[in-house]
Design a protein around this ligand. Structure first.
Ligand code: SF4
Length: 314
């Protein structure tokens, strides 16, 4: 099955109707293995796309499928900073953003940040994930051995980048993603420690607060209650941070789908989808496509938190 760099649109809780762009498209092996990674399986591809090709694919997807987007979300199979021509790509996407009226958001954990001023000038939002769970840091991010960073070193480096680029603080938003493996009552100690790091070491100006709404790579991770999210928001607000709790909205982004088979596949290899989402986004052709993918063993069904999800096989 063809791996394509444009996927969605996805009904994002924080970014609205967002088309995903994965510039690396599985050509680079991600050096991390985050417990919260939304990508359910590892894939690899040889096809690299140039900035011009990526721009063309995004524009084709918007115009041919008559998409009305709130966000173009740059993220996918590995950190976008590993894409060598990122500044050139962002220049092109910025023009498209002006033409079609969407925001440009790029997700990065900042491990590989480079040419940061150029990137920050181009994007509307630089989204930095900040995971909170009853897990140690190394289990949560699982960096490859050759990266050799400890939690302390990672946060110090992040803090120093944030302080160097504080004139862009309005564009840098923390995506505070909360889950639990054990009982919610066991989360407290971890939560206090992680929130302390976030508030007093990284000092964000704005944070999106959310819990899992679909399975992630560490299948044992489960959602937390609204009261936990509320507690985190309260702590952030007390320290002057703008805290936005992201919750699930109606799908409302039905797109024309000419190639449902490929489009649905490329969506589920980045984010597992529930049946209602497939119908809402891709219509009846989407359901026919996903059932066909299942019968060809390219996708499978799983139950997570009492709901049926489709994920890719293998
Ligand atoms: S979340 Fe991003 S950085 Fe982490 S493993 Fe997945 S692709 Fe890599």
């Amino acid at each position: 099955m063809r791996l394509e760099p444009v996927y969605g649109p996805h009904p994002s809780r924080c970014f609205g109707s967002s088309l995903g762009l994965d510039p690396l498209n599985f050509t680079v092996k991600c050096p991390l293995s985050c417990a919260f990674c939304p990508i359910p399986v590892k894939k690899s591809s040889l096809k690299k796309y140039s900035p011009g090709e990526l721009e063309m694919l995004v524009e084709e997807s918007i115009s041919e499928r008559e998409l009305r987007l709130e966000t173009l979300y740059i993220d996918g199979s590995a950190d976008p900073f590993l894409y060598d021509e990122l500044p050139e790509l962002l220049g092109k996407l910025k023009s498209l953003a002006g033409k079609y009226g969407f925001k440009l958001a790029l997700k990065t954990n900042m491990y590989f940040a480079r040419a940061l001023s150029t990137v920050l000038e181009a994007v509307d939002l630089l989204v930095v994930p900040f995971y909170i769970a009853d897990l140690e840091w190394s289990t949560m991010y699982s960096p490859a051995h050759n990266l050799n960073l400890s939690a302390g070193e990672y946060y110090s480096r992040l803090a120093s980048i944030l302080s160097e680029y504080k004139s862009y603080a309005d564009k840098i938003v923390f995506d505070v993603y909360v889950g639990r493996v054990g009982l919610e009552s066991n989360l407290s100690a971890y939560l206090d420690e992680y929130v302390h790091i976030l508030l007093y070491k990284l000092r964000p100006r704005k944070g999106f607060i959310k819990t899992l709404d679909r399975p992630v790579r560490n299948f044992d991770l489960k959602p937390v209650s609204k009261s936990v999210l509320g507690r985190i928001s309260e702590k952030l607000v007390e320290e002057g941070v703008e805290a936005v709790e992201c919750s699930r909205k109606s799908i409302g982004v039905k797109a024309k789908s000419k190639r449902a088979f490929i489009e649905v596949y490329n969506h589920i290899i980045r984010k597992p989808l529930r049946t209602t989402e497939i119908t809402g986004l891709y219509g009846d052709y989407g359901i026919i496509a996903i059932e066909s993918l299942v019968s060809r063993k390219l996708a499978r069904k799983i139950i997570w938190e009492n709901e049926l999800f489709y994920i890719p096989s293998g």
